[in-house]
Design a protein around this ligand. Structure first.
Ligand SMILES: [Zn+2]
Length: 348
């Protein structure tokens, strides 16, 4: 069925009938991006929570549904809350929560802030952008899951007190990113907009991270001091390691002599761990590092500066932290193998 990109659905203070018996039934009852407004004690302020921009990242929806079904009529959040459930079609494509975006669609989180493209998914991104601005929010939190197994972390383009505090509401790590991809959190809504990567989509701990953070967002009046109670480690200038062109990408336990790039099968276990220069991450064919690119903030390929070969083994040249490593080959190929930050850029 063709998607009508003009459609948005609205729910206000939904009751248990509208919310259905569980989050999957609730998802299946929706047919377009859905805005859910919840009235707070202070009607002059609104906090925005967006989620399910990626259809295979359910923690935000699960937490939202749990919060709404547990909210008693006599209890109100501190401020108004506006939830936006974004990619209904991708999330409900069979099997549920398995498509980041539809095979013939675009990654919605690459379609924000584009002044030249205005149709289809770009139009949808614009509608979501407008729905956020409409309520003049005091903060925007965009809930995601990591592609692979990972601890939770936050991503912001700015380092300010609210970025640190919103990070502390959900987790302990904040990545400050200069990368511009057309993501929702890169837009200037006149307030802090932060992405929370709640951890892997199949890890129930991720759903708990999203829910417990959401409870704080709903119930704490002054969120600006949260970082004083929960230490936050900051990482700067992440870079994305990508395979060049249509070079073959595999995952294996041992060197199988495959063409292109082969990453260690357990690459996800390194997420947010420190990798030392002698630690092997995978194997390359005869083309060596030419299979890969790592662009710095100026768009210069610096793969030689951060990686080296021992025989055909791929090793970092310096201590690095990596995150968003995934074994999902489609995501690794279309997005990146992983993001990395060097140890020098890690602030205490
Ligand atoms: Zn995502």
């Amino acid at each position: 069925m063709a998607i009508d990109f003009n459609e948005l659905c609205y729910l206000k203070d939904p009751d248990i009938d509208a919310l259905k018996s569980d989050y999957e039934q609730f998802l299946l009852s929706l047919y377009a991006p859905t805005i859910i407004d919840v009235s707070g004690k202070d009607q002059q302020r609104t906090r925005v929570i967006t989620t399910l921009i990626h259809g295979n990242e359910p923690s935000g929806l699960i937490a939202t549904h749990r919060y709404l079904t547990n909210l008693k009529a006599s209890e109100r959040p501190t401020t108004n809350l506006r939830f936006i459930i974004c990619s209904i079609e991708a999330a409900s494509a069979t099997p549920n929560f398995s498509h980041r975006y539809l095979a013939d669609g675009l990654d919605l989180n690459r379609c924000f802030g584009n002044s030249t493209e205005t149709s289809g998914y770009y139009h949808r991104a614009n509608l979501i952008d407008k729905a956020i601005r409409q309520v003049n929010p005091e903060l925007v939190v965009d809930l995601h899951n990591t592609s692979g197994f990972s601890p939770a972390f936050a991503v912001s383009i700015m380092k300010n007190e609210m970025a640190l505090s919103l990070t502390a509401v959900f987790c302990h790590s904040l990545v400050l990113s200069q990368i511009r991809l057309g993501a929702l959190m890169e837009q200037d809504f006149g307030c802090e907009a932060i992405t929370i990567e709640c951890g892997g989509s199949k890890d129930s701990q991720s759903h708990e991270v999203a829910y417990l953070g959401l409870l704080k967002l709903a119930n704490i009046d002054d969120l600006s001091q949260q970082h004083l109670q929960n230490n936050v480690t900051t990482y700067l200038n992440p870079m994305r390691l990508q395979v060049n062109g249509d070079i073959e990408l595999n995952y294996a336990q041992h060197d199988l002599g495959l063409p292109g790039v082969t990453l260690c099968e357990h690459i996800e276990q390194h997420n947010f761990g420190q990798i030392f220069p002698e630690q092997m991450l995978g194997w390359l064919d005869n083309n060596g590092l030419e299979n890969l690119r790592l662009l710095d903030a100026n768009g210069v390929n610096v793969v030689d500066k951060y990686f080296q070969l021992r025989g055909n083994q791929l090793l970092p040249k310096t201590s690095i932290h990596l995150f968003m490593a995934t074994r999902n080959e489609r995501i690794a190929r279309n997005d990146c193998l992983f993001y990395l930050v060097t140890h020098d850029n890690q602030l205490a």
